[in-house]
Design a protein around this ligand. Structure first.
Ligand code: ADP
Ligand code: MG
Length: 572
């Protein structure tokens, strides 16, 4: 097939321009991204070879190699992993699959200044494209395991790339960067210097479980007299990373930065996580977990098909991504690694779903994440606030399915409240502020704070200074009906049924008063109930209004209008 020229997809083109023209302060991370991709490719090949004997790929020496050529000013990152077919190259390298990209790019354009741009690059992550931060020409040569022909992809990052089929590519992928001339002068950015490469790999990729090797340069030749010097083989390649699994090392031995780099490798995120969680389980079923709570929610968190779950390793060997059996769906934002000692390397997703040990692990991990959030609430309120802003809506889904942890979830939840316009409240804080004689936690659900504040249902509560939670998330409609109580207090909608406010005395007084009024207005009420019978069940006197003449109320067990909308949307 002849060389074909393709145009980058629009989003990819914009992203490339941004990467090329951004002065990202830390260009070194391009190597982290390429090594991370190489490591993934090695994981994939190992697994595929395990499943498919006929693949015929050599997996005896899987590794990443760095080859620097100071004369030609190139750096090559080579792996003998799974490789890519021609179609895959066009699909994976020329386009961006992430559905949130367009939004990000718009924000980037609007952001303008560098700090904001960096922040957004950080949030989005640019993976392979980060090569263009340091290179003005990138060549990718790849051959997929099991295929006979290879593919060469080339681009200078300016809107187009070329693809050609080649006959003699080694299996795996080699990415060669033609380094930008401006970096050549600068020792700090000399990506052909062995010490620079050593430093970057140590800093960002030390824990990668495959060896990252660098060919040692042949010593500068002394008088090439005896003829032998000319073909002296370079010395033994040097392995730059320690390959030690961070989760298997003791807490004191590992720095926060190292944990964060592992997080970035597995999450493909460029920003540090909000929280790192470690767990070591000893005993009959031994495992280690290293989990992370990200600092921001991904764009597709609420889309169908969002991949949840953490990576599963068995005895330090990568087994699968997105292991959903290990995390409940309402904790689908948690990233990390679980390494189990006593599972088979061939374990499948189906087997995991059935396995009792895995179910116990799942429970324990969920509890650990919830208790970490609880600690964060008291120890780091700012970080907790970020957590809640990003993930509160997801976490509350747990109130629907996870009966066992319902209390714990309510305990770490926050809600908008009439008590404070800006700051949400926890339920513990709400309970502390409850009035004498108040035995319910009152709430109202609705579309917006504004609409709820001016709702006639609120009048009596406002008049008496009773705090009401203002719930606006769709999921709130559902859990309030199922979550029975917090700290012994039942949840009660201010828009449903009869609400009795006030002390016992007040109630008695009101009771006699009410009876009188009831007699007085009996005729009117019957007449109104009769006239309005198409629309309402009953017209009754109310103690809930102070200003408005009338309001519509649901029965305690009726569905609210918003819930009606949800059911309707679900086609019920
Ligand atoms: P991400 O790693 O977040 O998916 P990248 O831009 O880093 O995004 O890479 C895009 C895709 O290209 C990868 O998901 C992978 O499928 C493919 N890819 C990149 N580098 C390699 C490689 N060295 N070997 C095989 N496939 C690769
Ligand atoms: Mg990547």
């Amino acid at each position: 097939m002849p060389t074909e020229t393709f145009e980058f997809q629009v989003e990819a083109r914009q992203l490339l321009q941004m990467v090329i023209h951004s002065i990202y302060s830390n260009k070194d991370v391009f190597l982290r991204e390429l090594v991370s991709n190489a490591s993934d490719a090695l994981d994939k090949l190992r697994l595929e070879a395990l499943r498919d004997d006929s693949l015929g790929a050599d997996v005896s020496d899987l590794h990443v190699a760095l080859e620097a050529d100071p004369q030609a000013r190139t750096l090559t990152v080579r792996d003998n992993g799974i490789g890519m077919s021609r179609d895959e190259v066009v699909r994976l390298i020329g386009t961006i699959a992430n559905s949130g990209t367009a939004t990000y790019l718009r924000e980037l354009k609007e952001a303008g200044d560098t700090a904001a741009t960096e922040g957004l690059i950080g949030q989005f992550g640019v993976g392979f494209y980060s090569s263009f931060m340091v290179a003005d020409e990138v060549t990718l040569l790849t051959r997929r395991a099991g295929e006979s022909q290879g593919t060469r992809w080339m681009s200078s990052g300016e809107g187009t790339y070329t693809v050609e089929t080649v006959d003699d590519a080694p299996q795996g992928t080699a990415i060669t960067l033609g380094l930008k001339p401006e970096d050549t002068e600068d020792r700090l950015h000399d990506y052909t210097s062995p010490w620079k490469l050593r430093e970057i790999v140590k800093r960002y990729s030390d824990f990668i479980t495959w060896p990252i090797r660098m060919a040692t340069q042949p010593a500068p030749q002394a008088d090439a007299d005896a003829g032998e010097g000319a073909d002296t083989a370079p010395g033994e390649p040097e392995t730059l990373n320690s390959m030690k699994a961070l989760w298997a090392r003791s807490r004191e031995e590992v720095t926060d930065d190292e944990y964060h780099e592992l997080y970035k490798h597995i999450s493909h995120d460029w920003t540090d996580p909000l929280e790192t969680i470690r767990l070591q389980a000893e005993g009959t079923f031994e495992y280690q977990a290293l989990l992370f709570i990200p600092a921001h929610a991904p764009q597709d968190l609420f889309l169908q098909g969002y991949k949840r779950g953490v990576q599963l390793y068995v005895k330090r060997v990568f087994i699968m991504d997105d292991c959903e059996a290990l995390m409940p769906s309402y904790l689908r934002f948690v990233k990390g690694v679980v390494d189990a000692q006593d599972l088979s390397l061939n374990v499948s997703r189906e087997i995991l779903q059935q396995d009792r040990q895995i179910q116990l692990m799942h429970r324990r991990l969920a509890k650990k994440v919830l208790s970490t959030i609880k600690d964060m609430m008291s120890a780091a309120p700012d970080r907790y606030a970020t957590f809640w802003r990003e993930f509160g809506r997801v976490l509350k889904e747990g109130l629907l399915g996870d009966v066992e942890n319902g209390d714990a979830i309510l305990g770490v939840s926050s809600f908008a409240t009439t008590h404070d316009k800006d700051e949400p409240t926890t339920l513990a804080q709400y309970v502390e502020r409850m009035k004498d004689g108040q035995d319910h936690i009152f709430y109202l659900t609705g579309e917006s704070r504004q609409a709820m504040e001016s709702s006639p249902h609120m009048e009596a509560f406002q008049a008496r200074g009773i705090e009401v939670l203002l719930l606006t998330d769709p999921v709130d409609e559902v859990w309030v009906d199922t979550a029975p109580e917090f700290d012994g207090k039942k949840f009660r909608s201010v828009a449903k049924g009869e609400v009795d406010l006030g002390t016992e005395e007040e109630k008695q007084e009101a009771g006699t008063e009410r009876e009188k009024q009831q007699e007085e207005y009996a005729g009117l009420l019957t007449w109104m109930t009769d006239r309005l019978s198409d629309d309402v069940k009953e017209v009754r006197l109310s103690s809930r209004l102070t200003v408005s003449p009338a309001c519509v109320v649901s029965d305690t067990h009726d569905v609210t209008p918003a819930l009606e909308n949800i059911y309707r949307a679900m086609g019920q």
